[in-house]
Write a protein that binds this ligand. Sequence first.
Ligand SMILES: [Zn+2]
Length: 193
Amino acid sequence: MWFEVFSFFVGVFFSHAAFRIPFLLFPRMKSWNEQFTSHPEPVNVDGELLLRVLHMRNFYYLGLFFTFIPLIFGWLTIQYGNAPLGFGLWLSSGWLLISNISSPLAGEGPPWTKTLAMKLQLVRNEAESDKSCCQFPAPVWEVTAVRCAICRKILLNEPRPDLGRPRSDGKIKGLFLLILSGGRPLVSLNEEE
Ligand SMILES: [Zn+2]
C-alpha cells in the first residue's frame, strides 16, 4: 500500500519537474546572467530586466511541451509497468496541461506576464520624468517590491518572482523550492507607505 502511494507521488513530482524544465534550466547558465546582480540581491529595473521577464514567460509556456513526456510515459507505465507511478505521472501532467491551457480564462497564469513587464516599464518612465521620487532615482526590484535604492520609496508593490538567476540557496534546495513554487514569489507583503 505505502509503496503504491509513494509511487503515485513520485509520478506527480516528476510531472511537475518536467513542466518546469525549461525555466529551471535554460535561463540559469552563467553567461546568461552576467548583466544581473547575483541572487538574491536586488535587480536594477532596466531593459535587460524587462527582457528577462518576457523570456521567463516564454520558458514557462515551453514547459507545456515538456509535459507531454510524463503524459506519454505515464500512459505507457500504466499499460506495462507500475500502475500507481503511471497514474501519478499521467494524472498530474494531464492536469497541468488542462489547467495551463485554461488559465488565461481563469485569470491565472505564469508569474511573469506582459502586464508585469509593462508596469516595470512605467516605473522606468516615471524615474526618468519630472515626477521621479528623488533627484537621482534608482529603481531596484527587491524581494517584496520595487523600491528606489536612494530614497527607499516603494515604486511598485509587486513581490519579485524568480528571474532565472542561479540560486544562492544551493542547487538542490533552490531547485526543489522552484519546482514547488513554480517561480512565484515566496513572500507577499502588503507594505504601505
Ligand atoms: Zn528615489
